[in-house]
Write a protein that binds this ligand. Structure first.
Ligand code: SAM
Length: 224
């Protein structure tokens, strides 16, 4: 059975090496933060007291696992309770997105889930067209500075320029519909597409099997 629900509100190790999970004493759940940037960037409160492992391609990120997320199949299978992937999935070419998502599926426990946040291209382009704004005009102010329409489409120009690396560029984009379709194709069976607090982003929770009552409650998933 496939569930598609829209909910409101809410919300260094070398490549190719099998990476067993090293738990901190007392933690019972683990979340892999893919493309997390650095550990100063908050992750949602529902992961409080979880083991938090950061994975990023950028060696300067201080990530626990330095890896291109297109290689997640090299990690030990079924080891994480959750994968959190915020503003990262748009950093892959469209043809690489299935590889990344199947890597999520591979690394998640059978009762695990992935949480994804990406720019909502429909919302961004609707604002662009309806207001008659210019493409390099500021769309919104982020904690890191102003973000233009161009930044959302192609990646944050300031960061791409200052780092000189193209993994900060955006290479694809999503709407609610295409994000749902990509998750379905990757094998996720129970999927919630979520509005986020950010009006220019779309989120998703996707499970390999029916979520537990605890997961539904903790994540605030709408049922029925
Ligand atoms: C816009 S930042 C998002 C940071 C954070 N998750 C957030 O929501 O603010 C994108 C991150 O994706 C990482 N990234 C880009 N390409 C990647 C890849 N192929 N594999 C893993 N991480 C990648 C970048 O290094 C960067 O840290």
């Amino acid at each position: 059975m496939l569930l598609f629900k829209v909910i409101k509100g809410v919300f260094s190790r070398s490549s190719g090496v099998k990476y067993p999970l090293a738990r901190k004493t007392g933690s019972t759940n683990s979340v892999l933060n893919v493309g997390g940037g650095n550990k100063l960037i908050d992750i949602p409160a529902h992961y409080e007291n979880w083991e938090h492992l950061l994975l990023d391609i950028d060696p300067s990120s201080g990530a626990d696992i330095i890896l291109d997320a297109r290689k997640l199949s090299t990690l030990t299978a079924e080891q994480f309770d959750a994968i959190y992937c915020s503003h990262n999935l748009e950093h892959y070419y469209a043809h690489d997105v299935p590889t990344v998502l199947s890597g999520f599926f591979h690394a998640l426990k059978s009762d695990g889930f992935v949480e994804i946040h990406v720019p909502d291209m429909r919302a961004v382009l609707t604002r662009f067209v309806e207001t008659g704004m210019e493409i390099d005009d500021i769309l919104y102010q982020s904690p890191s500075g102003p973000i233009s329409v161009l930044d959302v489409i192609y990646g944050w120009g300031k960061q791409i320029e200052s780092t000189g690396v193209d993994f900060y560029a955006h290479k694809t984009g999503f709407t609610e519909v295409t994000l749902l379709a990509a998750l379905k194709r990757a094998g996720f069976t129970h999927i919630w597409i979520a509005r986020t607090a950010d009006p220019f982003a779309v989120g998703a929770f996707a499970f390999k099997q029916s979520p537990t009552a605890t997961q539904i409650s903790r994540l605030g998933l709408a049922t029925g």
